[in-house]
Ligand binder design. Structure first.
Ligand code: 5AD
Ligand code: SF4
Length: 439
């Protein structure tokens, strides 16, 4: 979502004469777009700011005024602290205020003092951001599209409801219009984004509230939009209509990021996730019944307060039962202001380390096994770029693995059957089945 937001910030600044440059040394304005989800993300902001300060000082000594802005969720959560620790920062803006950036730039330039905008404004930013004329990078075949933001679920460990605010869905018309613009500019593979994307409930052109399933059917009807993905989903909102859409729509990619966090019912309850481990197993069963080639990815947290060896073993068991094509796993990190941060029974760091290592080893095995299972199969690959080696082109499989083949750059932008020949650590090698084109 930050990648998408950064693109929208570029969009609002373009009319002011700004355009992206390759290095911060060449920039009149530097925007650091930040993440607050775990400790290390926030720490990185302060070390990065130290580096940017030197650039700003060097440029200003040479008579080139330089604005430093901090955007994103660290700005939202720690705006005052940023200004106290890094007084050379000119603008601090939370993720709901990007549409006000031009006005903030003008204020910062005029006043010379720091500008801070971290209130949740009454207007919704999407209603005020200009239409994206082009996707993130012109010529891109894949793009992100935010359809929903914020979260009302309040998981015990998570800062998102505090930094991104309450759940808001964009209207169906504005989502479809943006998707059409993307497709017209050449995009074929769109990832719909939202912190709780499958809780989408946007106003439709008929005045009714549309859910994600209904939106997916409408998106799939756009000619040229061949691949639709969405992230991140919550198991609680994985309803039957959405599962049926996976059965009905070949455009919905058979790859779903569905975070489960833990396999222990006790910990799931403590996390306020609102479902059990067996509920999750049942959702996965239904998804596979609807779309047999669907593969799953997930997020896990080890060491949530109260997690015992037995709870952790329940997570390992869930992983063995479900099997994941890919996953992200994290040590629990105390986020200020969240309920779990002050909970008793915090898990010692060395225990978290050991659990993370064991979980990651299992997940790695499963990822390798999934990739290996594709060797010998023919899969549709959307070619997106020239490869690293001369004569090679690269693309993505329906399951998001990068696939490399020897082939003509003329195939970039086309979806072509590829026979997978080899599994590498995080990608696949293949050969062109024939020069027949899928789409
Ligand atoms: N500690 C560790 N991991 C976290 N996540 C969210 N908050 C925390 C935290 N406090 C993880 C969850 C979520 C992903 C985006 O980040 O697994 O799904
Ligand atoms: Fe955070 Fe996701 Fe839980 Fe919302 S549903 S509080 S974004 S982990």
């Amino acid at each position: 979502m930050n990648v998408y937001d950064s693109a929208r910030m570029s969009d609002v600044l373009r009319p002011l004469g700004y355009q992206p440059v390759d290095t911060p040394d060449a920039a009149d304005m530097i925007i650091l777009n930040t993440c607050h989800i775990r400790d290390r993300a926030a720490e990185k902001v302060f070390s990065e700011l130290g580096r940017l300060r030197k650039i700003k000082e060097a440029r200003e000594t040479a008579g080139q005024p330089t604005i430093i802005a901090v955007a994103g969720c660290v700005a939202q959560a720690e705006g005052q602290e940023i200004l106290a620790r890094a007084p050379y920062v000119d603008i601090v803006l939370g993720p709901q205020t990007y549409h006000r950036l031009p006005e903030m730039v003008a204020r910062a330039a005029r006043a010379g003092g720091a500008v801070i905008e971290t209130d949740f404004p009454a207007e919704q930013k999407f209603d005020f951001l200009p239409d994206t004329a082009a996707p993130q990078t012109p010529g891109n075949l894949t793009a992100f599209l935010t359809i929903q933001e914020g979260c009302d679920k309040f998981c015990s460990f998570c800062v998102v409801p505090y930094t991104r605010g309450a759940e808001v869905s964009r209207s169906v018309i504005s989502v479809l219009a943006e998707a059409r613009r993307m497709v017209e500019s050449g995009v074929q593979d769109i990832s719909l984004l939202g912190q709780n994307v499958n809780a989408y409930h946007g106003t439709g052109p008929d005045g009714e509230v549309w859910d994600l399933a209904r939106l997916a059917y409408a998106l799939a009807a756009i000619p040229g939009l061949n691949r639709i993905r969405y992230a991140t989903s919550h198991p609680r909102d994985m309803d039957d209509a959405l599962i049926a859409a996976h059965r009905d729509l070949p455009e919905l990619m058979p790859y779903l990021h569905l975070p489960v966090q833990s396999g222990s019912d006790k910990i799931l309850r403590a996390m306020n996730r609102g479902h059990t481990a067996d509920d999750y197993r049942e959702i996965v069963r239904k998804l596979h019944a609807a779309r047999p080639d669907l593969a799953l990815s997930s997020d896990f947290i080890v060491g949530h307060p109260g997690e015992t060896d037995e709870d952790f073993e329940a997570t390992m068991q869930l992983v063995r039962d479900v099997t994941f094509a890919q996953a992200y796993s994290f040590k629990y990190s105390q986020r200020p202001g969240t309920p779990a941060a002050g909970a008793p029974l915090q898990v010692p760091e060395d225990v978290k380390d050991a659990r993370l290592q064991a979980l990651q080893a299992l997940l790695r095995e499963q990822q390798d096994a999934f990739n290996q299972s594709l060797v010998g199969q023919t899969v549709p690959v959307l070619f997106t770029s020239e490869g690293r080696k001369p004569g090679q082109i690269s693309g993505r499989s329906p399951w998001l693995q990068p696939v490399h083949v020897t082939g003509s750059p003329d195939l970039i932008g086309r979806e072509v059957p590829v026979r997978i020949t080899e599994r590498l650590t995080n990608s696949l090698n293949g050969i062109l089945e024939e020069e027949k084109v899928y789409a």
